[in-house]
Write a protein that binds this ligand. Sequence first.
Ligand code: AGP
Length: 612
Amino acid sequence: MCGIVGYIGAQEAQPILLTGLKRLEYRGYDSSGIALISPKKNSIGIRKAPGKISALEKLVKNKPLSGVVGIAHTRWATHGAPTQANAHPHHDCAGQIAVVHNGIIENYEALKIQLIKEGHIFRSQTDTEVIVHLIEKFYKNIPLEEAVSMALKLLVGSFAIGVISTNEPNKLVGARLGSPLIIGVGKGENFLASDVPAVLGFTKEVVFLDENEIVVLDKDHFKISNLEGKTVFKATTHISWDIDQAEKSGFDHFMLKEINEQPEILENLINSRIHKKTGKIFFQEQNIPETKLQDIKNIFIVACGTAYHAGIVAKYALESLCQVPAQIDVSSEFRYRDLLIGPETLVIAISQSGETADTLAGVREAKRRGCSVISICNVLGSTLTRESDGVIYIHAGPEIGVASTKAYTAQLTALYLFAFYLAQIKGVLSSARINKLLTQLRKVPQYQTEILKEQKRIAVLARKHSHLGSFLYLGRNVNYPSALEGALKLKEISYIPAEGYAAGEMKHGPIALIDEYRAVVCIAPVSKVYEKMVSNIQEIRSRKGKIIAIATAGDQEIKELTREVIYIPKIEEIFSPLLVVLPLQLMAYHIAVKRGCDVDQPRNLAKSVTVE
Ligand code: AGP
């Protein structure tokens, strides 16, 4: 996620802005930059550098900036690789306005074409740059904030921005629509930031902007209004967190913060992939011609770990919705198999980091055999995305916790959308059926929010079982991979032996494990295999297994079989993995915390396995 910091006051802004950027490093980024209004020259000085903030610090050490008003930014690339030119801040043609931006402008291409026609000169590949040229276009004899407001009304997407201009050097403007932005209220100075940690070293008094709000700051005042210009009055909030807590937005661990980010991330992901006017699904970076996708005879999914589990769900979805045979294998096996794949095969590579060695090797082998490759990835510009024919970014923001949570559900969502897109292209699903499915999918963020409201109860249930020596997770059909994912989450952060199994396989061996010393997590939402799951639960019950059931709200039958039930809202079966996984993530988290494990950085594990 990008980071924004702004300052207006009486002190030199450069060190303050750099300190603020460093406080936002945890959000992940791949370039950074700073812009100050130089009072002497009545100009804007800008310094930008790819890589870590240390590269920017080196730049400003050699070529320092001076001024008391400025903006700064850490960029998590979404459009355009992490280069100096694409780093923020971006400025207008005349170099009198500078902007930093967090979020995605979905309609930037059309705006950019129009602005170029009007003579504006673009210097980057970013969506952000259209903002500063739009402001320049409107900024004629009106206050900066009015020009900003006019520009923002043309944007579609989610964003938070900071703006400065030499025309009004004692003014700092900020605005929010879809991405967080706060005001830091100081004495004789004020701040703008994406998140609390950036200002905590300077003030603990903050104001949280809400959607569609714009703020004008000078060193002693701030004025908030909505985009229609109506003034909005807000009290300041005193922040009691320390820096470490603030980086996690008050959560104890990044993993818990990321679990709670899922509804918003999926909401943005779904909205950004459905055309506002036509309702059609589209993927900007998916560059494989639709005619080629129409001719695909089979699909092979390749991934590791959690991404592999997302791939199994995708296998079920693609076969059911697109009527295309779909195989899957873990990358480390795929890369060494005598694969029967070729130009008629579409390979889907799933990877949060885009740097997993086994998955990269698998993709290279697939390319060698003439396959088309689409990658489902979170990190823009990562190796996998550069070696794929098409990319679908999941825009989940940096995932700091080693145990993947928000990336998993974002991968699932992107894969469902791709299945609809492929079905749409192949003409095997009617628009009416696709719209019905999309209506269900759009309910997921709200349903996830409902589940997250049960966190306290899930934590109590988890802690009650945290002493057990092993866990078995059982699921069927699209929730067989949910069982695998639940087991992986638990084992990788609590180090408790945990196995995920297709419930129908119980009688072929695992049932020998059942006794009163083992917890069995049974994933049994309303589905075409529900009765089969009930039979499995009864088999476990008769052998005194400790049953924890994940079931659909309103299910009366399950209550007769176990007292330990976590309910999820009723949803179309195919989407249930998006809901089932939240209780599984939370259970793993609270068990690991109870056992005193290092939840965010578990032993022996890396966030990205870049070696074989
Ligand atoms: C999941 O919680 C683990 N961190 C791990 O299994 C991970 O999913 C796997 O290493 C794949 O990583 P990738 O998605 O970056 O390729």
